[in-house]
Structures are given as structure tokens and as C-alpha cells.
Ligand binder design. Structure first.
Ligand code: FA5
Length: 340
């Protein structure tokens, strides 16, 4: 090969390699260009070097010198470009870490179930009215769920079809256990263990084999209230329930009593509330029946009292505009998340 041809091959290789290095946008394309031109085994510069060996002896010094210049130049062009690309990558990842305009990372925190929230609020409101919190077991005996509450053996409320007994009907005796059907059991437990005056609330689960529909569920919660002292009257009951309703719903709430019957209160009423919409039955209430006071060893000539029992789900649902009680127990976070 004549020297001129060698030199012109070398020159064209130099300019293509130069432009390949300069235009490489990222380290992958730069590496591809390096392999193509400077690759130790099959790079294009290597091929030119082989031609160098075949030149005439006299031409070799000139050609070799030029070859070395080109090789050095291309190697340093490659190194420069490599450093440049590395710098750009580091700079852009630094920017990502410190980019103050990115939205912060949010953590999805859980929160209390709406019924638990309602219970906490009700405890706080009644606490301000001087009521302390009492508790009782969810598995109850017939004495606390019925007998002491003046619900006789023959009363339909004791029907096996209306209660979750823990034994079959034929096995029932005075030790019969059942899942409590009302929180009124706690009235009895408190009065049995505490002399008057008492001023308590009790909040908890109760169980009834009711068919689930928009307003009923076989497990639900009640808030029970009991106040026994000297000269307690129906007016006290009404004012406490009104204060309770106003504290929970606000001044726009209306409350009304309808005459009713419960074996353990006399007189008895149904308590309805209206807030933005029509009336809704929240629960029952009344003056503690003297027979109940006697059953727990209180003197009905000395003290009188009032009691109430309201459905917590009803209170919570009205407050939040929930129209189906079953939503509360489907465990669907998309529903529950609406009540943070
Ligand atoms: C009682 O349970 C009485 N112990 C209330 C009481 C207490 C009266 C103290 C007098 C003195 P009642 O069965 O009506 O009463 O239930 C009270 C409230 O519980 C109802 O008004 C309703 O709000 C709620 N409730 C009853 N059954 C269900 C159910 N299956 N699902 C959801 N809530 C219910």
C-alpha cells in the first residue's frame, strides 16, 4: 500500500472516530464507539496498524509517527468524553435527590374505625357531664341480662330465637350463659358492686340474631347511661340526653320522647333524634324500675334513677350520613378511609 493511501485511511478513520466520540450521548454509545475504533482485537485502528507493518521500511517512520499521534489523540478524546458523561450522570442524580419541587413522600397511616371514634367522642362528652366509664362482660349470665332487669322467664325477649345462648334451650338453667343482648347488664353489675350515688356510662358490643339489613346487624354497640341518686327525675334524664345530643350533633339537633315499655324502667320512653333529616330512633330510656333497685339492694324509697341505652351505630351513621350499617363491617378500606 502506498504511503499516501495509508495516511488518508488514517485521516478518515480519525475524523469518523472523532465525530463518533463527540456525538455519543451516553456511556453506552461512547463504549460502542470505543470498541469500533479503539478495540484491542478488532477495532478499526488495529486494522490500520496491521497495514503499517506492510509499508516499505523507508516509509515506516513517517507513517508510524502519524499513527501514534492519531492513536493518542483518539484515546484522549475518548477519555475526555467519558469524564464528561460521568459528570453529567452524577450531577443529574444529585439533582434528583435534592429536587425541592418534588412532592413529598406520603405514608398511608391507618386510623381508628368510625365506631371506635364515635365511642371515644361519646365517652368524652359524657365525661364532661360527670359520667365515668364502667365495663361488663360480653358473655353474660341470665341473671344480669334478664332476671335482675325484671325480664321474667316467660318474656319474649328471652326467646332462644332472639338470643345467642351458649347452650341449647333444653340445657338452660340459672347458670345459662349468652352473648349479652343489651348493655343494660352493666347497670346491674355496677349497682351490685357500688352503693349509690352512681353516675356511669358503659359502651360495648351486644349481640342479637337479627337479620342484617340497612339498619340492623347481629353485632352492634350500645351506650348505656345510669344515674342513681336522691331525687333524680325524668327532667334530669331529658336534660342530660339533650346536652348529650347537642354536644355530639350541635345546636340544630332535636330530641323527642315517645311513651314506650321496658321491663326495667317505669315510666319508659323511646328516644328519637332529628338532625337535618327526619326522626330516627336512637334507643330506649326511662326511670329505673323500683323492682330493679330492690333487686340490687338499693332502697327505692331513698334513691331514684334514670337509665338510657342508645345504638352507637345509629348515632355514628346519622352524624356521617352513612345509610347502610353493613358498610361499617365490610372491612373495605375504600369506605373506611372516608372517615379519617
Ligand atoms: C334496649 O336494648 C334497652 N336495653 C335500652 C334501654 C336502656 C331502655 C336503659 C331503658 C333503659 P332496644 O332493644 O330498643 O332497647 O335497643 C336500643 C337501640 O339499639 C335501638 O334503638 C337501636 O338504635 C339499637 N339496635 C337495636 N337492635 C339493633 C341491631 N340489630 N343493629 C343495630 N342497632 C340496633
Amino acid at each position: 500500500m502506498p504511503l499516501e493511501d495509508f495516511l488518508s485511511d488514517l485521516e478518515s478513520l480519525e475524523s469518523s472516530a472523532e465525530s463518533a466520540f463527540r456525538t455519543a450521548q451516553d456511556s453506552q454509545s461512547l463504549e460502542a464507539a470505543r470498541v469500533e475504533f479503539l478495540g484491542a482485537r478488532s477495532g478499526r485502528l488495529k486494522a490500520v496498524q496491521k497495514e503499517l507493518g506492510r509499508l516499505d521500511r523507508a516509509e515506516k517512520p513517517v507513517a508510524g509517527k502519524r499513527f501514534n499521534e492519531v492513536k493518542k489523540r483518539l484515546e484522549s478524546l475518548y477519555e475526555e468524553k467519558k469524564a464528561l458523561l460521568n459528570q453529567a450522570t452524577t450531577a443529574s442524580s444529585d439533582k434528583e435527590i435534592f429536587d425541592p419541587t418534588l412532592p413529598g413522600r406520603t405514608f398511608r397511616l391507618g386510623h381508628l374505625h368510625p365506631i371506635t371514634q364515635t365511642i371515644e367522642t361519646l365517652k368524652e362528652i359524657m365525661g364532661r357531664l360527670g359520667f365515668s366509664v364502667a365495663e361488663g362482660p360480653e358473655v353474660e349470665d341470665a341473671w344480669h341480662n334478664f332476671d335482675a332487669l325484671h325480664i321474667p322467664e316467660s318474656h319474649p325477649a328471652r326467646d332462644p330465637l332472639d338470643n345467642f345462648y351458649l347452650a341449647t334451650a333444653s340445657q338452660q338453667d340459672e347458670n345459662t350463659l349468652l352473648l349479652r343482648s343489651q348493655t343494660s347488664t352493666v347497670q346491674i353489675r355496677v349497682m351490685e358492686s357500688t352503693p349509690p350515688p352512681v353516675r356511669i356510662i358503659s359502651l360495648g358490643r351486644v349481640y342479637r340474631p337479627d337479620t342484617a339489613d340497612a339498619t340492623h346487624y347481629p353485632m352492634f354497640h350500645q351506650i348505656e347511661g345510669l344515674l342513681v341518686d336522691r331525687q333524680v327525675t325524668m327532667a334530669d334524664l331529658k336534660s342530660v340526653l339533650r346536652l348529650f345530643a347537642v354536644s355530639y350533633f350541635g345546636e340544630e339537633v332535636h330530641i323527642r320522647f315517645r311513651p314506650s315499655f321496658f321491663p326495667f324502667t317505669e315510666p319508659s320512653v323511646e328516644v328519637d333524634m332529628s338532625w337535618h333529616e327526619g326522626w330516627i330512633e336512637m334507643g330506649g330510656a326511662g326511670m329505673v324500675d323500683p323492682a330493679v333497685l330492690s333487686a340490687v339492694g338499693y332502697d327505692p324509697e331513698e334513691v331514684t334513677g334514670f337509665a338510657f341505652g342508645l345504638g352507637v351505630e345509629r348515632i355514628c351513621m346519622r352524624r356521617h350520613g352513612i345509610t347502610d350499617i353493613r358498610e361499617l363491617y365490610r372491612n373495605d378500606v375504600r369506605f373506611l378511609r372516608q372517615f379519617p
